[in-house]
Design a protein around this ligand. Structure first.
Ligand code: GDD
Ligand code: MN
Length: 382
C-alpha cells in the first residue's frame, strides 16, 4: 500500500529529475511512496525523461499537461491523481530538503494536524542563499496572505508541504488554482481554521535550470488574493479589466483636455477615445488576458474586435443612461449606472470575441510563458 505520494510540478527541469529521485530514494527508505511529476509539456523533454524512468520504476508517474501552464493548478491535479493517504508537494529543483520528509510524515501521522509545512521561517530553518530582494518579496507575500488565511503560519509562501488527504478532499472544490502560491490557496480555501505544524529546513540553491518566478507571478498572487476575497461576488479578471479601464479613462480625459486646444470638440473626442481604447487593448492583452495573449497576426484582429466591442459599448451606455435619467434618477447616478453597464458589456463581449480560447490556440500556446490562468479550475473561465 502506498502511504505517501510526492507531487512534483515541473517546467523545464530535465536535469533535476534523476538527482531528485535518487535523493528521495535515499531519504524515504522504509516508506512506501510514489512520485507524481506534473509537467506542462516542457520543451526540453522533461516528460519524456520521466516516462523513461517510469518504465523501470513503478513508483514514478508522469502527468503531462498540454497547452496549460501553472504551478498551483499542476499541484492540484497531481494531488488529485493519487489515492495515497498522505500527499506531499515539493519543487523539482532540489531547493526543498527531502531529508525532512520522514519527520513531516511522522508529525502528520501523530494526528492533530491537517498540514505540515517545510518552513524557512521557524527556528532552525533559513532562506539559505536566497537573494535579499527575494527574501523581502517573500515577507511581503506573507503579510498579504494574512488577508485571506485565518491561521498562524510562519512560511505561507513555502511550496514544500505535506497534507492529509482528508484535508485535500475538504478543500479540493474550493481552490482557485491561480498562480504559484498553492499553499496559501489551500489554507484560504478551508472553511475552518487549518491545523498546521511547521518543520524547519534550509532553502537550498537551485541545482540545474532557472527559476520561473517573474513579475507576472506577483500579479497572479494578487489575483489569487482577489479571488479569495471577492471571487464569489465578482470574477478577479473583471476587477483587473476594470482597473485597466480606469487607467484608460484617465488617458482619455487628459488627451481630450490637451487636444481641445488644437482640435474641434468632436475630433478631439474621437482621437482621445481611439488612444484610450488602444492603450486598454494592449494593457488587457498583457495583464488581464496574459494567459490567452494574442500575438502576431491575431493581434490585429483582436484589436479591431476590441474597437468594435467598445464602440458598441459607448452607444449602449448613452442609450441606457439616458433612459435611466428620464425615469427621474439624478444625472450622476444615471451616469454611474451607464458606466457599470458598459464595463460589463465590454468585459463580457471582449472575453467572448477578442480573447476567446480556441482549441487551436491552446495547442499553439505550448511552451509559452505564463499560460497559467487557462485552467478549468478557475471559476470565471468559460
Ligand atoms: N507544471 C508546472 N507548470 N510546473 C511549474 C511551473 C508551471 O507553469 N512553473 C514552475 N514550475 C515548477 C518548477 O519546475 C519547479 O519545480 C517548481 O515549480 C518551482 O518553480 P521555480 O521556478 O523553481 O520557483 P521558485 O524557486 O522561484 O519558487 C519556489 O519557491 C517559493 C518559495 O520562495 C516555489 O516552490 C514556490 O512555490 C515557493 O513558494
Ligand atoms: Mn526553485
Amino acid at each position: 500500500m502506498i502511504e505517501l505520494a510526492i507531487v512534483v510540478p515541473t517546467f523545464k527541469e530535465k536535469g533535476n529529475i534523476h538527482p531528485l529521485l535518487e535523493r528521495l530514494n535515499a531519504a524515504l527508505a522504509g516508506i512506501e511512496y510514489e512520485v507524481i511529476f506534473v509537467d506542462d509539456d516542457s520543451p526540453d523533454g522533461t516528460a519524456a525523461q520521466i516516462r523513461g524512468i517510469s518504465t523501470g520504476d513503478r513508483r514514478v508517474r508522469s502527468l503531462q499537461r498540454i497547452g496549460r501552464r501553472g504551478l498551483a493548478s499542476a499541484c492540484i491535479e497531481g494531488m488529485l491523481s493519487t489515492a495515497a493517504p498522505y500527499v506531499a508537494v515539493m519543487d523539482a529543483d532540489l531547493q526543498h530538503d527531502e531529508t525532512i520528509l520522514p519527520l513531516m510524515l511522522e508529525k502528520l501521522k501523530e494526528g492533530g494536524f491537517d498540514l505540515v509545512v517545510g518552513s524557512r521561517n521557524v527556528e532552525g530553518g533559513s532562506m539559505g542563499e536566497f537573494s535579499s530582494s527575494r527574501v523581502r518579496l517573500s515577507g511581503l507575500g506573507r503579510r498579504l496572505s494574512n488577508l485571506i488565511c485565518r491561521c498562524e503560519i510562519q512560511d505561507p509562501m513555502s511550496g514544500f508541504f505535506l497534507l492529509d488527504r482528508r484535508f485535500l478532499e475538504e478543500v479540493a472544490h474550493s481552490v482557485s488554482g491561480i498562480g504559484f502560491k498553492i499553499l496559501v490557496d489551500l489554507i484560504a480555501s478551508a472553511k475552518r481554521p487549518v491545523r498546521i505544524a511547521e518543520v524547519p529546513f534550509t532553502f537550498r540553491s537551485r541545482l540545474h535550470g532557472e527559476s520561473k518566478l517573474d513579475v507576472l507571478v506577483g500579479l497572479e498572487y494578487l489575483q489569487l488574493l482577489l479571488d479569495k476575497l471577492i471571487g464569489d461576488i465578482v470574477p478577479p479578471r473583471f476587477v483587473i479589466f476594470s482597473l485597466v479601464g480606469a487607467v484608460g479613462l484617465v488617458l482619455y480625459l487628459s488627451a481630450l483636455w490637451t487636444m481641445l486646444h488644437w482640435l474641434g470638440f468632436g475630433t478631439a473626442l474621437a482621437v482621445a477615445a481611439f488612444l484610450a481604447m488602444t492603450l486598454n487593448f494592449f494593457l488587457n492583452n498583457n495583464f488581464t488576458y496574459r494567459d490567452r495573449r494574442l500575438r502576431g497576426r491575431r493581434l490585429v484582429g483582436g484589436l479591431l474586435s476590441f474597437y468594435a466591442a467598445c464602440s458598441v459599448g459607448v452607444v449602449i451606455t448613452v442609450k441606457f443612461a439616458q433612459q435611466v435619467k428620464d425615469s427621474g434618477i439624478p444625472w450622476y447616478a444615471a451616469g454611474l449606472v451607464g458606466l457599470i453597464v458598459s464595463s460589463v458589456w465590454n468585459f463580457v463581449v471582449t472575453m467572448l470575441f477578442t480573447w476567446r480560447l480556441r482549441r487551436r490556440d491552446a495547442r499553439r500556446s505550448r511552451g509559452e510563458a505564463f499560460q497559467s490562468s487557462s485552467v478549468p479550475v478557475q471559476r470565471e473561465t468559460p
